[in-house]
Design a protein around this ligand. Structure first.
Ligand code: 5GP
Ligand code: SF4
Ligand code: MG
Length: 460
């Protein structure tokens, strides 16, 4: 999911949030929502669909306020339906709170039981609403906003990057492991106003300046007085999801002081050092495989070219293709360039293989377009384990590398050769302390303990 928030009484906060969400659209295409706070009143609008489908200018114009919270949803817990769209708004003794969540809690069954025991009611099936209800319960027990949020976080286990609106201020928080990203930006000078966004691309679009990341286990509280910071976790530990860097976040977003484009080019360079093969053309699977393909070409000396064109407007259509169209496979989204591919030995680079279904269709399309050889190179190691922290990589039995060797996968995809980036190579390129990432989908080493009953639901 994508989360965004802005505190700026002199600005049109709903519009700024709209554009922030527009830049974070890649983080979730199922639903979009914005809540603004105007004194004691909350204006909430959310629906299924893309940001541009959900909002019209006339709607945003009816959402005044001093601060706003926004969300784009990609479902991991709770089904895909309108009621589960965010922000989740809950009433408290101190007025409403509106919460936007990115990540996934791992202790939802226990948490729900505990909150129900305390008299909590739920409108949805999401872990996100549970966090909102937990905070509201703490407020109703007499706590102020900050204390209430910190107490509620003690009940939560898992991944959560949160943006929370209240009548008096905006909160931003990351779980003690900082699994999902969250950054702070500024707009204006006197007074300085603050913006929260999942990624820096959400700041760029509204002309905000990147200030810093929200730290793991940190809560920032943004009000009329500016930004105050609270490090509430006794044991914060950096465990940023490495998949954010490899694939999920936008290439123009900045992490560890560089764009992810530059990082992904380096992954491709390393991949070429590890698994060179003779060929005529290096191409990427649009769009996610392109930076690594460029890096592969640079080191291998094999020319880079485009062999597949992506329809940038496919997004999510609610109209089902005809049976005939379905059988013709990926063409709706990716169309091969026959005159580029005919007779060529092709290296096709992608960021990852999850189920292998897309990859197989792509290989078939390249061959039908006349490619003589197809060599696949992947700029991350084999995905062998499911994610419990908010990226929807299916159950383990759906992951092609969970049960198959690289050779068996190559056979199934019908490629002439297949190579993944090594674990060591990936970490070398990343340059940071290898312990400062979650990379459980490549290793099964989950940094936040996953309860057995939850584990069983996804592991073979
Ligand atoms: P596959 O061949 O496994 O079907 O698809 C691989 C493609 O899916 C890659 O291009 C990669 O960018 C993309 N991908 C990687 N991770 C995810 C994910 O968590 N969810 C979805 N839907 N796609 C992903
Ligand atoms: Fe990211 Fe994989 Fe860890 Fe999930 S398990 S948080 S996708 S690195
Ligand atoms: Mg891709």
């Amino acid at each position: 999911c994508g989360v965004f928030g802005v505190y700026a009484p002199e600005e049109e906060v709903a519009k700024l949030t709209y554009f922030g969400l527009y830049a974070l659209q890649h983080r979730g295409q199922e639903s979009a929502g914005i809540a603004t706070f105007e004194e004691d009143q909350v204006h909430l609008y959310k629906d299924m669909g893309l940001v541009s489908q959900v909002f019209k200018e006339s709607i945003l114009n009816k959402m005044p306020g001093i601060l706003a919270v926004g969300h784009t949803r990609y479902s991991t817990t709770g089904s895909s339906r309108r009621a589960n769209a965010q922000p989740a708004v809950v009433e408290t003794r101190l007025g409403s709170l509106a919460l936007a969540h990115n990540g996934n809690l791992v202790n939802t069954p226990e948490l729900r039981q505990e909150l129900e025991k305390r008299g909590g009611n739920f409108n949805t099936t999401t872990d996100s609403e549970m966090i909102a209800v937990a905070i509201a319960q703490e407020v109703d027990r007499g706590k102020e906003w900050l204390e209430a949020a910190i107490s509620a976080f003690q009940l939560c286990s898992g991944a959560y990057s949160l943006v929370i609106g209240t009548p008096v201020g905006l909160m931003g928080a990351r779980d003690p492991n900082g699994i999902r990203p969250l950054v702070v930006g500024t707009i204006g000078e006197d007074p300085v106003r603050y913006v929260l966004s999942s990624e820096t691309c959400g700041l760029d679009i509204i002309g905000a300046d990147y200030l810093r990341d929200v730290e793991p286990g940190e809560l920032v509280w943004i009000t009329e007085k500016g930004l105050a910071s609270f490090h509430w976790s006794p044991k914060p530990e950096r465990k940023l999801c490495i998949f954010e860097m490899i694939y999920f976040a936008r290439p123009d977003s900045i992490m560890h002081d560089e764009t992810l484009y530059t990082y992904r080019v380096r992954l491709g360079q390393q991949l070429a050092r590890e698994s060179y093969v003779e060929a005529d053309l290096v191409m990427g699977v649009p769009d996610s495989g392109v930076p690594a393909a460029i890096g592969f070409s640079q080191v291998s000396g094999i020319p880079y070219g485009e062999g597949l064109i992506k329809n940038r407007y496919v997004g999510r259509t609610f109209i089902q293709p005809t049976q005939h169209m379905r059988e013709s496979g990926i063409r709706m989204k990716l169309n091969p360039l026959k005159d580029v591919l005919a007779g060529k030995r092709v290296i096709i680079v992608d960021d990852s293989i999850v189920r292998g279904t897309t990859s197989r269709k792509i290989v078939k399309a390249l061959r039908e377009a006349g490619a003589k050889e197809v060599h696949m190179r992947i700029s991350s190691p084999p995905v062998t384990h499911p994610c419990f922290y908010g990226i929807d990589t299916d159950t383990q039995d759906q992951l092609i590398a969970a049960t198959k060797s690289v050779e068996e996968i190559a056979q199934q995809l019908r490629v002439d050769s297949l190579a993944y980036l090594s674990w060591k190579g990936m970490l070398e390129v990343t340059g940071e302390d290898p312990n400062s990432f979650c990379s459980a989908c490549f290793t099964g080493d989950y940094p936040i303990p996953v309860p057995e009953n939850v584990k069983r639901s996804k592991l073979i």
